[in-house]
Design a protein around this ligand. Structure first.
Ligand code: HEC
Length: 240
């Protein structure tokens, strides 16, 4: 039996596949950019490292969510001196009387534009001591609730992307073992990646697994997209 290949496809099919693959490719690049903007530098150093992943899922258990935030994603809103003041206050036990004199003025000036109920954003309320206390205790990373929420979105979303791209990639001409490997790898990698989010929450050692599985899935997806795009337009049918 003869399988269909890209050179058997009509022009409309080729255009449809090309548009879909390009869109998924760009979407994937955006996802990687987002990871770098959101997670890289959590540990205070540029670039995405295992420490950044550890901070995200396991937390910085020697610090607090507030400290992690002002060293990482919120660092741009605060100057070094104020940051030192807040860190010193946290290390000294985050007492209420010091809050009134030194911390409240800093937060009022720099943070409550966003961090107040009035802003309408669902982010920690930093307008009063009770709200600040909630982020002034030990940072254990993303909550289990957030991980469950993110996992179901990822599993559904990425599952459909991998199905669509993989379905098109089935029309490529490649050695059978290689094609099968490329089709299966990203599914296994996504599963391992997401399982490792939860494991990292328990033991930071698994941050490596998150990183390696994420890279494997990206690599396999990129190869599928590039090989398909190339063969859609440039692969000549074999001589009859
Ligand atoms: C321009 C709006 C804006 C400003 C200004 C801002 N933040 Fe945020 N902050 C956010 C948003 C949006 C989030 C939620 C998204 C995230 O976690 O990255 C957030 C999240 C946080 C969190 C929670 C992080 C976690 O562990 O979930 C803390 C703590 C925080 N900010 C502290 C601060 C402090 C302190 C300042 C002032 C120095 C500040 N923010 C200034 C928008 C802002």
């Amino acid at each position: 039996m003869k399988f269909r290949r890209f050179h058997d496809c009509s022009l409309d099919e080729r255009l449809l596949y090309t548009c879909f693959l390009l869109l998924m490719g760009i979407g994937y690049l955006m996802a990687v950019t987002y990871i770098f903007m959101n997670d890289a530098g959590r540990d205070g150093k540029p670039g995405l490292s295992v420490e950044d992943i550890t901070y995200n899922y396991y937390g910085n258990r020697s610090g607090t969510r507030l400290e992690t935030a002002i060293r990482g994603p919120m660092a741009g809103f605060i100057d070094t001196e104020s940051r030192h003041e807040i860190v010193a206050w946290l290390k000294s036990g985050a007492a209420e009387n010091d809050y009134e004199t030194t911390i409240r003025p800093i937060l009022t000036q720099r943070c409550i534009g966003c961090h107040s109920p009035a802003s309408g954003m669902k982010i920690p309320d930093l307008t009063n001591y009770a709200g600040v206390s909630k982020v002034a205790n030990v940072d254990t990373g993303q909550s289990l609730f957030t991980l469950v929420k993110l996992s179901h979105i990822h599993l559904f979303g990425i599952g459909l992307i991998l199905f669509g791209v993989g379905y098109i990639f089935c029309l490529a001409v490649l050695p059978a073992w290689l094609k099968t490997t490329l089709i299966l790898t990203p599914f296994v990698a996504v599963f391992v990646d997401i399982a490792a989010w939860f494991l990292t929450k328990w033991d930071p050692l698994y941050a490596w697994t998150v990183m390696i599985a994420g890279a494997m899935m990206g690599l396999a997806l990129a190869v599928q997209i590039l090989v398909s795009l190339y063969q859609i337009w440039f692969l000549k049918p074999p001589p009859a």
